[in-house]
Write a protein that binds this ligand. Structure first.
Ligand SMILES: [Fe+2]
Length: 306
């Protein structure tokens, strides 16, 4: 009896599915499901601050973890502060480039305030030297990775946040506007170092970008199909929502300043929604000797007295 029922139900279900396929209707929500909108998985890493062996170790570990994720990763974005104000030194820039080269996925980068440093007795010269090294070892100030479905845009915006020397041929707002236009209807994900909104630390709210620049930035973002802006700089996790509906996701750092444990983020976009997971990196035991390049030093075993 049971067998007959299942056979009958099976036939009925088949006819139902066939009629639904013919009429193009599979019930409520069918129209939404027909629109392809993701899934896309991408990774963000930020504030690696080259200069301390533990930072290089953490950076290498993060690269290794990213390369071994059990997901199809479309692109990796580094949102700046590759260095700690020493990018003008060619050995530092080359060392950073060497670690970045280990990432097996497509990579886009945006420099931070500690990359193009405006410091010292001759800040203009320091800025120009850092810029030269950045371009030589990491890449252009605006970078794009495009797929059939999405456009990932990383760009330098510190010059919108504070007064800095003009970089000939680089206007971040004009450049972003033209890239967003080119992207058309595709999904857009924008990466930069410092969030445009207010910053909260030492129990005080601090100003974000100057209002004029912030408005212009937001207007350009809203002109395209931008699903989110992804930043670093704060060395802590944060989410800022805006009236235009474009959220700003802030991920924590690889660097250990303020006692932070190293982490990076995996984002998953599907049907208009961005989700993320944080992946934490374990430091080695305290007595481990780390080489300046972040590898573990081969140490002689300590002799034990008999
Ligand atoms: Fe930083």
């Amino acid at each position: 009896m049971k067998k007959t029922f299942f056979r009958f139900f099976g036939k009925f279900a088949f006819l139902l599915a066939l009629s639904a396929t013919i009429t193009g209707c599979m019930g409520p929500g069918a129209e939404k499901a027909a629109v392809v909108d993701g899934p896309i998985t991408f990774v963000q890493i930020s504030d690696t601050h080259h200069g301390k062996p533990i930072h290089q170790y953490r950076f290498r570990q993060a690269v290794d973890n990213i390369n071994n994720l059990p997901f199809e990763v479309t692109v990796v974005a580094h949102t700046g502060d590759f260095a700690s104000d020493q990018l003008y030194r060619e050995d530092r820039a080359a060392a950073i480039s060497n670690i970045l080269a280990g990432i097996k996925y497509p990579l886009i980068c945006a420099p931070g305030n500690h990359d193009l440093s405006y410091l010292g007795k001759e800040p203009e010269k320091r800025y120009a030297d850092c810029l030269e090294m950045y371009r030589k070892y990491i890449g252009e100030l605006g970078q794009v990775y495009e797929t059939d479905e999405a456009v990932f845009i990383a760009l330098y915006t510190e010059c919108l946040r504070r007064d800095l020397p003009v970089i000939e041929g680089y206007d971040p707002l004009k450049w972003l506007e033209s890239e967003i236009k080119k992207a058309g209807d595709k999904l857009i994900f924008v990466f930069t170092h410092t969030p445009d909104g207010t910053d909260f630390y030492n129990n005080k709210v601090h100003n974000g970008w100057p209002e004029e620049n912030r408005k212009a930035w937001r207007k350009i973002l809203a002109s395209g199909n931008v699903k989110g802006v992804f930043c670093g700089h704060y060395h802590r996790d944060e989410l800022q929502q805006n009236d235009d509906g474009i959220p700003v996701y802030v991920c924590s750092s690889i660097a250990n300043f303020w006692g932070r444990q190293a982490s990076f983020r995996i984002y998953h976009y599907e049907n208009g929604k961005v989700s993320y997971r944080s992946v934490y990196i374990e430091d080695p035991p305290r007595d481990t000797v780390i080489n300046p390049d972040g590898t573990i030093a081969e140490t002689e075993p300590v002799a034990v007295a008999e």
